[in-house]
Design a protein around this ligand. Structure first.
Ligand code: HGY
Ligand code: MN
Ligand code: MN
Length: 418
């Protein structure tokens, strides 16, 4: 194995053009025509994206395994022992960009191809993973595939999850041909490192080249179904109304109030509002809204949830509605392994000294793998901090630099014992 500190590797770089070309090729699948991507989990577009990346895995003679929740693993079986794993997701939100998740998967593929091309033979296998339904936007919770992979959610329970468009997850997996044979939970890798765009404004604002990610904030997703009294918009006096749309609006304002009162890392979002019957002259019968509440501190996140519960109870009395809550996701904050964070920091600094340690505001598969093995993440900047948006952008040289850091970190991890 070429020592990681050997001069030969010092000047070794991935093939940047090949990485950028693959990112563009994958972005064509589900292209929304405005620079964005729509490959929502387990749709035909997701299948097409998976098929393309799997074809690249086969071209590299990787051992391709699909597990029972549809996670795909491309492994270069060199060396001995458990693999060093990288990867991310290629499913997107409906208004996704071309880098969220895709970048981490394709950079992992590029690292393996570069090692093969340059006859760099690590002591351990290298594996790149595509995790199913990381976004959770169609089938909640998010990071679903990696959660099942590490045993955080029972496979049978996951397969029975119903999507927002009324489909059963297991049926959709079969339909797209990715209901694999490999069992879940899967085997723990030796270590895991995920390369991802920051999706936030911090690195750009502080003119940093890389993020050595320290962990992921806690996430609470709830769906509230608010039932009132549907009635005529013109004939119903205001004092006789039991209006779910009004309550949904009050909840949205209250979430903003919580975030402003708590300050710090607290974020609260109402991203989805469905009214029934959703007609101009009818007071709605029902409003269904989603609450996305996050904080780096578990106690503070619980305080926010408690305030929301109290607000629901009170507004039910005040407005004469009934509110039922469904918890769609709940993950406590995660701290990554200091040894891997320090390695990321060191290797990133060799490429560009402007490195910052920071927590991730977004959820990632690495937060699930952290339950299973020493894990951490590498961030590159997002232009204007924009993501989950067709305008998502990272400069080509930043993308290539990030993949070069991934190359070094993965090879180092093959030589580290934990
Ligand atoms: O919701 C998230 O943070 C991630 O994009 N799934
Ligand atoms: Mn992502
Ligand atoms: Mn995302």
């Amino acid at each position: 194995m070429t020592s990681i500190n050997s001069p030969s590797l010092g000047s070794t770089h991935i093939n940047g053009n090949r990485l950028l070309q693959r990112l563009d090729a994958l972005a064509e699948i589900g292209s929304t025509g405005d620079g964005g991507c729509c490959r929502v989990a387990l749709t035909d577009e997701d299948k097409a994206g998976r098929d393309l990346v799997v074809s690249w895995m086969h071209e590299l003679d990787l051992d391709v395994v699909v597990d029972a929740i549809g996670n795909v693993f491309g492994t270069w079986n060199v060396g001995v022992g458990a693999p060093v794993m990288t990867g991310s997701h290629i499913d997107t939100v409906r208004t996704g960009g071309k880098f969220d998740g895709n970048y981490g998967v394709l950079a992992g593929l590029e690292v393996i191809e570069t090692c093969k091309e340059l006859s760099i033979t690590p002591d351990r296998p290298l594996c790149v993973a595509i995790f199913t339904d990381e976004e959770g936007a169609r089938f909640a919770p998010d990071m679903l595939g990696s959660l099942v992979y590490v045993g955080g959610l029972a496979l049978e329970e996951a397969l029975d999850i119903e999507s927002i468009d009324g489909k059963r997850l297991g049926d959709e997996l079969v339909r797209i041909g990715y209901a694999g044979a490999a069992p879940c939970p899967g085997p723990a890798p030796h270590a895991f490192v995920e390369l991802h765009i920051e999706q936030g404004p911090v690195l750009e604002a502080e003119d940093r080249a890389f993020g050595a990610v320290t962990g992921v904030q806690g996430i609470s997703w709830q769906e509230l179904t608010i039932v009132g009294q549907s009635n005529h918009a013109g004939t119903t006096p205001m004092n006789l109304r039991r209006d779910p749309a009004f309550v949904a609006a009050m909840m949205t304002v209250y979430l903003r109030d919580i975030a402003e009162r708590f300050g710090g890392d607290q974020v609260c979002t109402v991203g989805k509002v469905d009214l029934h019957p959703n007609l101009i002259n009818v007071i709605p019968a029902r409003a269904t809204i989603t609450l996305d509440v996050r904080n780096t501190d578990e106690d503070t996140l619980r305080d926010a949830e408690h305030l929301i519960d109290t607000f629901c109870f009170q507004i039910e009395q005040d407005e004469g509605v009934s509110i039922t809550k469904r918890q769609l996701a709940r993950f406590e904050p995660v701290t990554f392994d200091e040894r891997v964070i320090a390695l990321v920091e060191r290797r990133a600094r060799e490429v560009d000294t402007r490195v910052k340690r920071l927590p991730s505001g977004a959820g990632h598969d690495a937060q699930m793998l952290a339950r299973f093995c020493p894990s951490a993440m590498i961030f590159v900047p997002s232009k204007d901090g924009i993501s989950h948006n067709a305008r998502e952008h990272t400069e080509p040289d930043q993308l290539v630099d990030g993949a070069n850091v991934l190359l070094r970190v993965m090879l180092d991890l093959t030589e580290m014992e934990f």
